[in-house]
Design a protein around this ligand. Structure first.
Ligand SMILES: Nc1nc2c(ncn2[C@@H]2O[C@H](COP(=O)(O)OP(=O)(O)O)[C@@H](O)[C@H]2O)c(=O)[nH]1
Ligand SMILES: [Mg+2]
Length: 461
């Protein structure tokens, strides 16, 4: 079977170097070097390789013998390093100019500037980590909440890859079973119809369903749950946006139609990352700009994971308002909704009867902050899903798409078996399913995909 695996045909690696610490001033700054010329570079700059994995204090010398900086040198011998190659770390002082001078010294000594993510890419190509683990490194660095960081760490340790690989093993075993059956034509039909195979296929399907659910949550953990504030003009959407984000990000006025653009804020509630999106109030637009604003608001609702439906309690019966708003919105089949009754400060508390509704209902005042904590809990329980539980790993949309396609091939295979007892077609679908699963861990990844993934990393990682 042909694979696109890059590993076998990659050219012999050259030596790369980059500043691995963030730019700016800091106590320590690290230049990291990886590749076959590490020994020569160490000789030129620090007079020779330090003992393996032992920090030594050295002067870092440039080509003229001038001391550029002094600090710790660390050597990791191939293959026992992050990249799987010889790696040298020079830990100097964390100033932008001194780091730049040290990097230039290393480049002059025979290295080339690393591209973003190139160290991780080498780790992948040298089988130190698989693709989803490499992605988890970037996700750990970029994580915007503690939950995301923990999830990234679990993926980095291989939890996600292991589950995918286990599922893949099952798919491969099933395919071998089916192919063995095809090889004995006189018994093929018995093999295929004895119920055993159907049962195993069913079990595999169930594993897919569970893993896809977990992966969806993992992707939300990475990307954040998008939560749209929708409602009539002046319901208090922008005021609520500012309350939740703690910033004056949206303009609040008593003039209807103030907000037109979508306004985004990243916030977190107990570690759950949320992308709040403030929108234009829904009403027949009075001009072209507002019309576009309303169109964008509806599009935002359509693609959101969740909607906070803002209702002005001073504008009459909230149920009528909520139902008529819901009728205006795109269908919310898989979108979760919390109904937020705003301007509680303007109405007497006496009218608080039972608030049974198709969605959770919370009363607040976006003006004085009343009820905001209750709203946060409601958002957390409605939109948090499994994210707040232990054991979630981080995932990407790429993983989810591959899993969905792999599942689709399995389902297609199952129906080939059920409807036609077509063993050969089932085997082919299982092969395609296996291929999709391998894309997740990178065993079947094209150069294009790898380039796209690693180029989004930071330099020095
Ligand atoms: N009394 C009261 N006024 C509010 C409350 N929330 C918003 N407002 C006012 O309602 C008007 C519209 O608010 P805004 O947040 O711009 O609403 P939006 O059009 O939905 O974004 C402003 O004058 C706000 O000060 C509230 O809880 N109580
Ligand atoms: Mg507004």
């Amino acid at each position: 079977m042909a694979t696109d695996k890059l590993k076998s045909d990659s050219p012999k690696a050259d030596t790369i170097a980059a500043v691995a610490t963030p730019s700016g001033r800091g106590g320590v700054g690290i230049v990291r070097v990886s590749g076959p010329c590490v020994t020569e570079i160490a000789e030129q700059i620090i007079g020779g390789l330090p003992p393996v994995r032992k920090a030594v204090y050295k002067n870092f010398l440039d080509q003229t013998g001038t001391i550029v900086d002094q600090g710790l040198a660390l050597f990791f011998k191939a293959p026992n390093s992050f990249t799987g190659e010889d790696v040298l770390e020079l830990q100097g002082h964390g100033g932008p100019i001194v780091m730049d001078m040290l990097l230039t010294t290393v480049l002059t000594a025979g290295a080339r500037q690393a591209r973003p993510g190139e160290f991780s890419e080498r780790a992948f190509l040298n089988d130190k980590i698989d693709l989803s683990q490499a992605e988890a490194i970037a996700d750990l660095i970029d994580s915007s909440s503690q939950h995301a960081a923990r999830g990234a760490m679990r993926s980095l340790q291989g939890e996600f890859s292991n589950i995918v690989r286990e599922l893949d093993n099952t798919v491969v075993e099933l395919r071998m079973y089916v192919e063995a059956a095809i090889d004995f034509p006189e018994e093929e039909i018995d093999f295929l119809s004895d119920g055993n195979l159907a049962k195993k296929l069913q079990e595999t399907k169930n594993v897919f369903v569970r893993l896809i659910q977990q992966t969806k949550e993992g992707a939300l953990l990475r990307e954040g749950v998008s939560l749209v504030l929708a409602g009539k003009p002046n319901a208090g959407k922008s005021s609520l946006m500012n309350q939740l984000s703690g910033r004056q990000s949206s303009i609040v006025t008593a003039i209807e139609g103030t907000t037109r653009d979508l306004v985004n804020e990243h916030i977190q509630i107990d570690g759950i990352p949320l992308n709040l999106i403030d929108t234009a109030g829904l009403r027949p637009a009075t001009d072209e700009v507002e019309e576009e604003g309303v169109r964008r608001a509806l599009a935002a609702v359509e693609s959101a994971e969740g909607v906070l439906l803002l209702i002005d309690l001073a504008m009459g019966d909230w149920r009528d308002q909520a139902l008529s708003l819901l009728a205006e919105l795109p269908t919310l089949e898989s979108t979760k909704v919390v109904v937020v009754l705003n301007k509680q400060d303007l109405v007497s508390r006496m009218d608080e009867v039972s608030e049974d509704f198709i969605y959770p209902v919370v009363r607040i005042s976006a003006k004085n902050g009343q009820g905001i904590d209750e709203l946060r809990s409601s958002i957390k329980s409605t939109f948090g899903m499994g994210i707040s539980e232990e054991g979630v790993f981080i995932a990407r949309t790429r993983h989810l798409e591959a899993l969905l396609l792999a599942q689709q091939h399995l389902l297609e295979g199952i129906s080939q078996l059920e409807e036609n007892l077509a063993g050969d077609l089932l085997a082919e679908e299982l092969r395609l399913s296996h291929q999709k699963l391998c894309e997740i861990t990178g065993e079947f990844s094209s150069d294009d995909l790898l380039g796209k993934i690693f180029s989004s990393f930071c330099i020095g990682k």
